[in-house]
Each structure stands twice: as C-alpha cells, then as structure tokens.
Design a protein around this ligand. Structure first.
Ligand SMILES: [Zn+2]
Length: 360
C-alpha cells in the first residue's frame, strides 16, 4: 500500500480528516505549473494551510484520537512536500529543454560568420590584365610549365650560345647531354613565350592570344627576384600587323592599368624572338613624371617587353613571313602589382601573411 492509499484509508477512519486529506491530494494533483504548485504548497503546508489547521484543532478532539490524527497530518505533510518537490523539479527540467529547443530554432539570432577568403593579389592582377585583352578581342591559351627546350628556346630563335640558356638560369628536369643543349631537354619554362610557338604550331592566323602563367628561373631570392613568378604573354598574328598596332594596343593596356592620364614610351631593346624589340615605360602614376621613390627619380616605370615577332620564329611554325606579321609582349605580374600598389618586396606575395594579403 503506498503512502497515498494509506492516507486515504486513515482519513476514512476519521471522517473529520477525510475531507481535508482528499482536498489536499486533489490540489496536489491539479497543480500543473510552478505557480499552481506554489499555490498548493501555501494552501496545504502554509501557516494558515490545512495541515496547520488540523494541528490547531487537535485540542478539540478526544485525547485518545489525537496521536492517530497527528500521525495522519504529519504523513500528509511529508507526502505533499515530496510530491510537490518532485513535480516542480520535473517542470523545471522540461522548461529548460523547451528553452534549449527555442534557442536552437531561434531564426532571429545572427548567424556565425564563416571566415571568407579572397583572391590573392596576383590572381586579381592576372584577371585584370587578361580581362583588358579579352575586351580587345583576345582569347586565353595556356601551355605546360615543364617544357621542352625546343619550345622554350630553340623555336623562339634563341641560339644555343645565348646566355639565357646557361645552366645557371634554367631549371633542367632532364638533360640529354650534360654540357650540350638539345631540343629534347626538359626544363621548367623560363618565360611564358613557349605558348606562342605551341599555339602557332597548331592553328593558323588570325591569332590574338594572351597566356598568363608561371615561369621559373634559377634566381637568388631577394626583394625583386623569386625563382618562380608570373607572366602574362600576349601576341597577335595576322595579315598586315605592324608596329603601330603594337604601340596602340600597349598604350591602351598601360592606361587601363595605370590611369588614363599616363604617357607611354617605347625604348629600343633586344629579345631573340622579336625584331625590332622594345621596352615599354609608363609615366609614374605617383609623381606624374616629376620623380619619386617609386620611379627612382626617373619619372617613368618600366612595365613590359615587346616587339615584332621575328620572321625566324614564323619559319619554325611553318608560317610564311611574307604573308603574316605579328607582335608579341610579355609582362611580369609581380612587377605590375608592385608598381600599381607600391609594394617594395616581391617576397610578400609568397609569404602568404594574411595581414598583407587582405589589404587588397
Ligand atoms: Zn614617380
């Protein structure tokens, strides 16, 4: 027999108790909220509650009945205390659960922000340069970084004795003879120009191509040199292309990159695969040509090399130099980025310090 049944039974033997006990048990059963539980506690166990009421009137009942009534009242008190405590504990737990569920589903809470990456500055500059050429009608081509000597040197009219073929400048992957250059040697391309030969070999003009990519040279690494760097190569081959087209094209590109007010100048230079060849300078965008730290007081910034494609190169790819002419140019992406943003050390691009990279 549990406490509750015992209470009811005991109360029945004392009709004057039966009503109080039953009413108390019902009050406990009815209470479903913390507020109702507190109400029941006061009504039954409080100073003016039913249990106190029983004890207060104990003196009015016959002496022999008093111990039995006292026992019932105490039993009722302990039962109600335990039952209300159990109920309120249960409610608190389910409240906490409900609260957790509400929080888990709270759509008004701000989301947790995932760290967002961004494009590396060199990627941004590559995209900027290539998009300028695409707007001029060029398309993008690419070629292998591990390249044959033939494409990197031979077919670009670079004779075997040219200094750029020295073992010191080039990373060789496979050399057929240690002291001799062979068109079958495999190397890491020293520039992006081999793409010219590969594209011309496989297609016929007109060609208007840009080719961004990595190039490799055995350089001691310092503030302006790295062993791997980015170039954007470009070339146009068509009937009737002349130096005026080259100048006009590169002027447009230089002004789009460095500002519409820039002046552009061409200085004669030498490259084995172009004739004539030129270096292109743009007037300094920091000092407007007066001379400053960026342009080292000269007022001009050297931005790329270019020239008319040497007829010998056309012979290698089977074009008739009497029918087709063309120009080519190549620019270092790191150099363009350094000039554009006033970055003084090329190594910053490759150290991947996000404090540097996220400025751009
Ligand atoms: Zn300047």
């Amino acid at each position: 027999m549990d406490v509750r049944q015992e209470l009811v039974k005991l109360a029945e033997s004392k009709p004057e108790l039966a009503y109080l006990v039953r009413e108390s048990l019902e009050a406990v059963d009815r209470s479903g909220t913390l507020l109702e539980i507190e109400g029941a506690r006061l009504a039954i166990l409080g100073k003016k509650g039913r249990v106190s009421e029983i004890f207060k009137h104990l003196s009015e009942v016959p002496a022999e009945d008093r111990p039995e009534i006292g026992r019932v009242a105490n039993m009722l008190r302990r039962y109600v205390e335990a039952e209300l405590a159990r109920k309120s504990e249960e409610l608190k737990e389910s409240d906490a659960e409900a609260m957790q569920k509400r929080q888990a589903l709270d759509v008004t809470l701000p989301g947790r922000r995932a760290p967002v990456g961004r494009k590396h500055l060199l990627t941004q500059v590559i995209e900027e340069v290539t998009s300028i050429f695409i707007s001029l009608g060029y398309w993008i081509e690419s070629g292998p970084e591990a390249e044959l000597d033939y494409y990197n040197f031979e077919a670009l009219n670079t004779p075997a004795y040219h200094p750029s073929r020295s073992l010191l400048d080039t990373f060789y992957i496979m050399k057929n003879e240690p002291d001799k250059n062979s068109p079958d040697d495999v190397l890491l391309r020293t520039h992006t120009s081999p793409v010219q030969v590969r594209v011309m070999e496989s297609r016929t003009p007109p060609l208007y191509v840009v080719s961004p990519g990595k190039a490799y040279r055995r350089e001691a690494i310092d503030a302006t040199h790295t062993a791997m760097f980015y170039q954007v190569e470009g070339f146009a081959v068509d009937r009737g292309i002349h130096m005026g087209h080259l100048k006009g094209t590169l002027e447009v590109v230089a002004r789009k990159l460095f500002g519409s007010e820039r002046r552009v100048r061409f200085r004669p230079d030498f490259f084995p695969f172009t004739e004539p060849s030129a270096e292109v300078d743009v007037s300094c965008h920091v000092c407007e040509g007066k001379g400053c730290a960026l342009c080292k007081g000269i007022g001009w910034l050297e931005i790329l090399g270019c020239g008319m494609i040497d007829p010998n190169v056309f012979e290698y790819v089977g074009y008739d130099p009497e029918e087709y002419t063309g120009f080519a140019f190549g620019m270092g992406i790191e150099r363009i980025a350094m000039l554009k943003y006033g970055i003084e050390d090329i190594r910053l691009f490759y150290e991947n310090d996000v404090r540097f990279l996220r400025q751009f």
